[in-house]
Design a protein around this ligand. Structure first.
Ligand code: PEP
Length: 254
């Protein structure tokens, strides 16, 4: 494992709004967020639903908050009703795209084959994937966490080294449940993920996700190998999201 991976990149706090958010709420959110700007050593990004990407790009201009999408399809254009193209995401001002979120794996049935295609289409069209990996509760209880993560990370085997990539470790049992992994579980699992990433030639930033809130953010962000957070529920209110950003800033160092 690389010894200094934690200091290579700025910490990222990314807000995944999932299927939430109307235009008026987005306007209010951006207004409120701007009252508490993030320190320079923390990067902030928001992933609203597709309908808000264009207006959010405008609202966020000159605000130093990056925009991302929650998903992408693996084709550029054509007869794919209901899908969104990487070209459209770029056109809307996206830098990031979440790929492999557990809700897409479990509810929409997305698996490694499609996830690999999505990664490639993102890289080929100038988007930085936030690739989510994480085990279910039974898998952790059965001691299978590392083998599940290794299998999910195998989508990176054929990827060119040095591609833009952020990883998010999100234990499925902690997403939207109010449960969080303990600092010991987070530290151990992030160390394993960093080792795997190094072996695969992708020594990138690794976020933690799973019920990150203002009152647990500092403890989670202080775990070795954690370089930010992917935040769901707590990113919907500007004050709780800002408090997470400030908590991360306090432990990430300048
Ligand atoms: C997520 O959706 O990626 C997530 C981590 O959600 P929550 O923070 O609500 O658990």
């Amino acid at each position: 494992m690389s010894a200094n991976y934690t200091s290579r990149k700025r910490h990222l706090i990314a807000g995944n709004w999932k299927m939430n958010g109307m235009l008026q709420e987005a306007e209010q959110f951006v207004h409120d967020l701007a009252e508490n700007p993030a320190p320079d050593h923390i990067e902030v990004a928001l992933m609203p639903p597709f309908t808000l990407l264009h207006p959010m790009a405008e609202l966020l201009s000159e605000k130093d908050v990056r925009l991302g999408a929650q998903s992408v399809y693996c084709e550029l254009k054509g007869a794919f009703t209901g899908s969104i193209s990487p070209l459209m995401l770029r056109d809307a001002g996206c830098h990031y795209v979440i790929i492999g979120h557990s809700e897409r794996r479990d509810i929409m049935g997305e698996a490694n084959e499609l996830i690999s295609k999505k990664l490639n289409v993102a890289w080929n069209n100038g988007l930085e994937p936030i690739l989510c990996v994480g085990e279910h509760l039974e898998e952790r209880q059965d001691g299978e966490t590392n083998s599940v993560l290794r299998q999910q990370l195998s989508v990176l085997e054929d990827a060119a080294q040095g591609v833009a990539l952020t990883l998010a470790y999100e234990p499925v049992w902690a997403i939207g449940t109010g449960l969080t992994a303990t600092p010991a579980q987070v530290t151990e699992t992030h160390a394993f993920i960093h080792e795997e990433l190094s072996r695969l030639g992708h020594d990138c930033r690794v976020l933690y996700g799973g019920s990150v809130k203002p009152d647990n953010a500092a403890e989670l962000m202080a775990c070795p190998g954690v370089e930010g957070a992917l935040v769901g529920g707590a990113s919907l209110q500007a004050d709780s999201f800002s408090n997470i950003v400030q908590a991360a800033a306090s432990v990430a160092g300048a």
